[in-house]
Design a protein around this ligand. Structure first.
Ligand code: GLN
Length: 205
């Protein structure tokens, strides 16, 4: 059986943390394969799954547009490749975005998740927090969410599954093979979300 090739989009943000969380998840599950640091668009066609890390969504989106990665990722999403977007990564996956303070941002997006995102819902960097959340629908009853200038989902289409909420705000969603979280699973010791994703990629493969 061929191993899986899971890419971590390495434009900006917490790339290293996602590489090690994904590697550890694969080792724990006994799933063979490689974790690829994706620095150029040519690497995208060989991927079986992709993680788009948290960071700054305008920077990640603009650089990925300019180097041609956005187009390649869109094509792979259309062909069914699973993607996990955390924080800025979820913003990038969405169809509509506004910022809580500055309003419309008109930033480059992957235009897939049928959701409307509000950036910086919970405030600025100093308002970062951790909270216990639950993602029962994907078999994760409790998870420590790390929220850093986190967005929330203010509107979700019928085909979007809501995986988790905090104070009535939607903080994790799934649509087909695409998952978005407002928080940073790569910044905790708990590998459950990365394991769920690696399993999804292997099944699809
Ligand atoms: N607020 C950031 C943005 O809009 C996301 C923050 C994060 O990824 N931690 O891009």
């Amino acid at each position: 059986m061929k191993g899986v090739n899971i890419g971590i989009l390495a434009v900006q943000g917490d790339v290293a943390e996602n590489i090690s969380a994904t590697r550890m998840a694969m080792d724990d599950l006994g799933i063979e394969g490689v974790v690829t640091e994706v620095k150029n668009p040519e690497q995208i066609s060989d991927l079986d799954g992709l993680i788009i890390p948290g960071g700054e969504s305008i920077v990640i989106g603009t650089l990925s547009l300019v180097n041609g990665s956005l187009k390649k990722i869109k094509e792979k999403i259309a062909s069914g490749m699973p993607v996990l977007g955390t924080c800025a990564g979820m913003i990038l996956l969405s169809k509509k975005v506004k910022d809580r303070v500055v309003g419309e941002t008109e930033q480059p997006l992957l235009d897939y998740l049928d959701i409307k995102i509000e950036r910086n819902t919970f405030g600025r960097q100093k308002n970062s927090f951790e909270a216990d959340i639950s993602l029962e629908k994907i078999g994760i009853p409790s998870f420590r969410g790390v929220f850093i200038r986190a967005p929330s989902v203010v509107d979700a289409g019928k085909n979007v599954e809501i995986l988790s909420k905090i104070d009535e705000k939607i903080v994790a969603v799934k649509q087909g093979n695409i998952i978005g979280t407002s928080f940073h699973p790569e910044l905790t010791e708990d590998l459950s979300i990365h394991k769920y994703f690696v399993n999804l990629v292997q099944k699809k493969n």
